[in-house]
Design a protein around this ligand. Structure first.
Ligand SMILES: [Zn+2]
Ligand SMILES: [Zn+2]
Length: 486
């Protein structure tokens, strides 16, 4: 459990700056540029690292000393921003760095993760895909499930960063704005999640781009051996258990996509009452889908992980909505997957009454306009509302959705990249939302202890690469969940 309050432990005094700073110890060799924690200067090789937390690096000893004693204020975007002195937050960062031990276990299991280092060094996904024989060049759709823009992975460098970089280079090269724009579009391509849905049918196993045996094949007739039984508490609890159950060797990189359905599985199992009631289908509202739209058939895995339920997933969010616009703009009105309803269905090979249906709601850009939101009733409530890499303190629409889930007693779960984001979300979003809920609570009043967080066992392995700290930072990294029900 994280506290939303500022950590009050002060281990630093002027006296022990000397022990905190290790002038003789050079900073870590950085495999890519990181930013000085104080002045945000991009540095290729750090001059100083905090020897206590080992989470932050500095461009100079001056920056390190100044940050230790007094932190901010600094001017950012013309406004003063105040930062906590490092001596105050250092113990918390040190605690967060402890999580790296769990990443060591993953690196021991997956041979292709070895050598990628810990401490926030980003995992070179594109290189690993290439070494595994997965096609990463191209414009998108032909790459099957690995739909990432040519030369780039959205998890390493954001599309926006890539476009900005290319545009800057062209302008420096003397091109005019319009010309630069055209080249950017042609060379960088436009990464739009869900391009597959504008096609006529889902691809088969070839969309994995991996050799047979390295991905979980969906059986046509045979069941899957030793099905986990969530009803008696048999849960798949780690990547190793999952790979062994599905008979996938550790050298497979399938985990780099499977974190999405497996994280949903983890979310559902946080609410035992959902598992206990096998008479009702599991209706999952998955908000803000992006990468999820590229791997729709892989969610069928949930049917084997949760074998006692019929499952309906409804994906709702701006990207799905924009895809609908793309479909309208397409010159030839070909039949597209996007218009299918449900979009995707998979029937259990040995129990035909068990099905998973995936729907995409393309009528609503924002969840707040969804009929179950505007006209809530217990009979139409989803079983759970969830979101992957939600950015709870980034997007202004979340507080309203969280309040809705609390007042309607709908279980909510989401993931965030790093623990800093979770901490930030506790302070800025969850406390006001809890207060608002408690003011009008007819059901149970909620405290911070009701909001739980864990390092997600089904996070995407390999660091995402945070510019500011070396703390664990992963796609689907930290899972947070709550329920205001009895
Ligand atoms: Zn600096
Ligand atoms: Zn420190």
């Amino acid at each position: 459990m994280l506290s939303a309050e500022e950590p009050t432990t002060t281990i630093g005094t002027t006296h022990n700056i000397a022990t905190s700073l290790t002038p003789t110890a050079p900073g870590p060799k950085l495999t890519r540029p990181q930013k000085c924690y104080l002045c945000h200067t991009l540095i290729a090789n750090s001059k100083s690292i905090c020897s206590q937390c080992r989470a932050v690096v500095y461009c100079s000893r001056d920056c390190q000393i100044s940050d230790w004693k007094s932190g901010g204020p600094r001017i950012e975007n013309g406004r003063p921003v105040y930062f906590t002195p490092h001596k105050v937050i250092c113990p918390k960062l040190k605690q967060w760095m402890e999580r790296e031990k769990e990443n060591v276990l993953l690196r021991e299991y997956f041979p292709w993760l070895k050598g990628t280092g810990g401490g926030g060094q980003p995992f070179p996904l594109v290189e690993t895909l290439r070494e595994s024989g997965v096609e990463v060049e191209g414009t998108g759709r032909e790459k099957g499930y690995w739909n990432v823009t040519a030369h780039v992975c959205s998890h390493e460098l954001s599309f926006r960063q890539l476009v900005e970089k290319k545009r800057r280079e062209l302008l420096e090269d003397g091109r005019d704005g319009g010309e630069a724009e055209k080249i950017v579009e042609k060379e960088v391509g436009v990464y739009q999640p869900g391009l597959m849905l504008l096609g006529e049918q889902f691809p088969g196993d070839e969309a994995w781009g991996l050799e047979e045996g390295l991905f979980p094949h969906l059986p046509d007739s045979d069941g899957i051996k030793a099905v986990p039984n969530p009803l008696d508490g048999t849960l798949i609890a780690s990547w190793q258990q999952y790979y062994e159950w599905r008979n996938i060797p550790p050298r497979s990189i399938a985990v780099m996509l499977l974190h999405m359905p497996l994280t949903i599985y983890r979310m559902v199992t946080k609410f035992p009452h959902l598992l206990a009631d096998t008479s009702e289908p599991l209706n999952i509202h998955l908000l803000g889908p992006e990468r999820e739209l590229d791997i729709v058939p892989l969610f069928a895995e949930l049917l084997f992980l949760l074998p006692h339920h019929n499952i309906n997933i409804t994906m709702i969010g701006p990207t799905a909505f924009k895809l609908r616009q793309s479909l309208r703009e397409m010159e030839t009105a070909k039949p597209a997957l996007l218009t299918k309803y449900p979009l995707f269905t998979y029937t259990h090979p040995t129990t035909p009454s068990r099905k998973i249906n995936i729907h995409i709601d393309t009528t609503t850009e924002f969840y707040q306009n969804h009929p179950t939101f505007t006209n809530p009733s217990p009979s139409t409530h989803p079983s759970i509302v969830c979101a992957l890499n939600a950015g709870l303190s980034t997007y202004p629409t979340w507080p309203e959705i969280l309040t809705h889930c609390l007042t309607q007693q709908i279980p909510f779960a989401c993931t965030e990249y790093c623990e800093q984001s979770v901490e930030y979300y506790y302070g800025r979003v969850i406390i006001p939302v809890l207060n608002e809920h408690n003011q009008k609570a007819r059901g149970r009043r909620m405290g911070l202890d009701d909001v739980r967080t864990e390092f997600n066992a089904f996070r995407q392995p390999g660091a995402k690469g945070n510019e500011f700290t070396r703390c664990p930072d992963h796609v689907d990294g930290f899972l947070t969940w709550f329920w205001s029900g009895p």
